[in-house]
Design a protein around this ligand. Structure first.
Ligand SMILES: [Zn+2]
Ligand SMILES: [Zn+2]
Length: 200
């Protein structure tokens, strides 16, 4: 009875001519598309206020580049690349490069043993690897990162290393005092380095 070659009515050519609404482009974080400032603020306020030095409006990561504990080292890499994928300017404080960072973190967290990495966003302690990965999975990380400054090119002062060699002792950690005796340089850390004056 019916003609098998007929198409279903909904597929008729006249209907197909209607302009199709382009589907919205896929964003990695849906939260950012509908981003309401209040959501972002509320989410941020659910975290404890703990602001590392200069960390009011930036991401600060405390990490290590020592491979001593494999899991810790890999966690640091994971967290670092996650934030880099957002193209944001991040401040990374490598405690293996400077024991001052470790001390700073201890004071900030109010305890001696702090698990690395630790992430601070806009002066709030967001947690470590697990917490950050969960936020990313729930598409909330983008919300927290709203409005943060974009990454710039490598710093001209240090080439992105965030440290430069101490000029006081040329990196030897030793200087001569008034009696020409070798004493510890007071300008630099245990590696003869100072924080880059241009970016840290
Ligand atoms: Zn620099
Ligand atoms: Zn020095």
């Amino acid at each position: 009875m019916g003609d098998l070659s007929d198409e279903t009515p909904s597929r008729s050519p006249s209907q197909r001519k209607r302009p199709l609404k382009p589907s919205p482009p896929a964003h990695r974080s849906p939260a950012m598309v509908h981003g309401k400032v209040c959501d972002s603020v509320l989410l941020l306020q659910s975290y404890q206020e703990k602001c590392p030095r200069g960390g009011e409006n930036i991401v600060v990561l405390y990490t290590t580049t020592l491979r001593g504990i494999r899991k810790t080292f890999e966690d640091c890499n994971t967290v670092r690349s996650l934030f880099e994928s957002y193209g944001l300017h991040i401040v990374e404080r490598d405690i293996s490069m400077d024991s001052g960072y470790r001390e700073e973190l201890r004071v900030l967290m109010g305890k001696k043993e702090v698990k690395i990495p630790v992430v601070f966003i806009k002066g709030r302690c967001v947690g470590g690897t697990e917490e950050v990965l969960r936020l990313e999975e729930e598409a909330k990380l983008g919300l927290l990162l709203e409005g943060l400054p974009r990454a710039t090119k490598w710093c001209e002062g240090c080439g992105g290393l965030r440290f430069v060699m101490c000029m006081g002792c040329n990196g030897s950690c030793k200087v001569l005092d008034s009696e020409k005796k070798k004493v510890k340089c007071g300008e630099c850390n245990e590696n003869g380095l100072i924080h880059c004056p241009m970016c840290c």
